[in-house]
Structure formats: structure tokens, C-alpha cells
Design a protein around this ligand. Structure first.
Ligand code: KIV
Length: 268
């Protein structure tokens, strides 16, 4: 069997050129990182969705640099080959380019990720340039950018009007020029994602953006059926892990109460 090679930004670019789809899933801990890496995932995103699916916040707004770094460190300890991206949390890159650079640097120095992701287009161009110029790969994120939920007034589809779709296409071209190595396209019409994918050289990674993107990303806890609170249309559940876990917990509780566990074989 051939040894898997470490994925780099060059590998990702080659995959786009060859038409080979790029796979990405989110991850927040060591154990799942080892499983994703063993399964052969190309990219792992320590997303700020950490806020919702692990830390129990209502949105991604409250999650902090320290919380993100803590989980990035756990994930990188479990990864051998996948390319790991750390998501810059809300207000870690918006106040000034200097602060953005310092925080992006912390992701690489303290948590050993290979790149950072930040949300936005035109308004973050200078920030992207500064971080990339310092030697830190940046992944862009356009369309539904959850850190701006209060400006959008919700988590609805983006890019459905002519004005908005033109802004997203122009933003994609601008952030490519500023130096991003890939762009996440979230919850936009498939036709718009196809147009963007064909008009930029860097890979596009879609989530709710149809099948024509160069790759796909989902929140692991959504696709595993581990996070049950809500399920966007774009999520495919590959299992109902939460149901299995709840059954295990109930069985354990029942067996301890009934004194069926521990049995002789579990005792010394
Ligand atoms: O935080 C996250 O999980 C993300 C993905 C939805 C792309 O940004």
C-alpha cells in the first residue's frame, strides 16, 4: 500500500488542476483528529463552529482566541497527513491588521496549524495581504459568513440577488488577488458557486454551495448526527451517532441500577 503524503497548499492546488475533489471536515479534539486522518481526509478545519457544537454557545460570536487555540492544539496532536486550518474567531482580526497578524501568528506558533481562515471580502483585503506576507497561508470564507449573523439578520441563503451575487464574485477575485490559497463558499446558489469556481485559480470548498466546488466541507458533528439541535438542508447525516450514544448511556444506567454491571468478568 502506498504511504499517504502530507497535504500542503501545493497538493490542494494540484487537486483543483486535476479535477480531484478536495475533502474537508471540521474537528475539535485529538481523538476525532486521529480518526479523520486515518480515514484519509485532505483537510481538517478547527472551525469556530466549536462555539455551537462543542461549547454550547448560541452563535460563533462568543468563542475566544484561547478557546480556539486550546482545541487547535488537541487536533494537531492527532494529525499526521491532513492539512489543518485554524478558524480566526470574531474580533481577533477585525479591529486592526496588526492585531490580526499577531493572532494569526499565535495559531501557527502555539497550536501548530498550517493555515488560518477568516471571513469576509473587500473589508479584509489588507488583513489577508499582511498575514500572507508574513508567511501564514490564509483561507477565505464568503457567502454566509456566520460571524456577521447580526448584520445579515439570520442564517439565510446569500447571493440570491444580482447585487449580492456580483459582490460575492468580486470579493472572490479580490481575496484571491490578496493571496488566499482557498475559499470556503457557504450557503450560496449552486450556479453562483460554479461561476466562482471557474473564475478563480485557487480551490473553492463548498458547504451548501452545490457540487461544482473543488471540494466540500461539513461540520463533523452534523454529518455524524452527533449535533441534533438543528439540521440545515445542506447537511447529509451519515449516521445517527447521538441516538447510539444515548442508548449506550441508558443501557449503562439501567445495568448499574439493576446490578447487572459490573459482572464477574469486569471484576478483580
Ligand atoms: O466554523 C466552521 O465550521 C466553518 C465551516 C462551516 C466552513 O467555518
Amino acid at each position: 500500500m502506498s504511504e499517504r503524503k502530507k497535504i500542503t497548499i501545493n497538493t490542494l492546488m494540484e487537486m483543483k488542476q486535476k479535477g480531484e475533489k478536495i475533502t474537508m471536515l471540521t474537528c475539535y479534539d485529538f481523538l476525532m483528529a486521529t480518526m479523520l486522518d486515518d480515514a484519509g481526509i485532505d483537510m481538517v478545519l478547527v472551525g469556530d463552529s466549536l462555539a455551537n457544537v462543542v461549547l454550547g454557545y448560541e452563535s460563533t460570536i462568543p468563542v475566544t482566541m484561547e478557546e480556539m487555540l486550546h482545541h487547535c492544539k488537541a487536533v494537531t496532536r492527532g494529525i499526521k497527513n491532513a492539512f489543518v486550518v485554524g478558524d480566526m474567531p470574531f474580533m481577533s482580526y477585525q479591529a486592526s491588521t496588526e492585531e490580526a497578524l499577531k493572532n494569526a501568528g499565535r495559531f501557527l506558533k502555539e497550536s501548530n496549524v498550517s493555515a488560518v481562515k477568516l471571513e469576509g471580502g473587500e473589508e479584509v483585503l489588507e488583513t489577508i495581504r499582511k498575514i500572507v506576507d508574513a508567511g501564514i497561508p490564509v483561507m477565505g470564507h464568503l457567502g454566509l459568513t456566520p460571524q456577521s449573523v447580526n448584520v445579515f439578520g439570520g442564517y439565510g441563503l446569500r447571493g440570491s440577488t444580482k447585487e449580492e451575487s456580483e459582490k460575492i464574485i468580486n470579493d472572490a477575485r479580490k481575496i484571491e488577488k490578496a493571496g488566499v490559497f482557498a475559499i470556503v463558499l457557504e450557503k450560496i446558489p449552486s450556479a453562483l458557486a460554479k461561476e466562482i469556481t471557474e473564475s478563480v485559480r485557487v480551490p473553492t470548498i463548498g458547504i451548501g454551495a452545490g457540487s461544482d466546488c473543488d471540494g466540500q466541507v461539513l461540520v463533523s458533528h452534523d454529518m455524524l448526527g452527533l449535533f441534533e439541535q438543528y439540521k440545515p438542508k445542506f447537511v447529509k447525516r451519515y449516521a445517527e451517532i447521538s441516538q447510539i450514544m444515548k442508548k449506550c448511556f441508558k443501557d449503562y444506567i439501567g445495568e448499574v441500577k439493576s446490578k447487572e454491571f459490573p459482572a464477574q468478568e469486569h471484576s478483580y
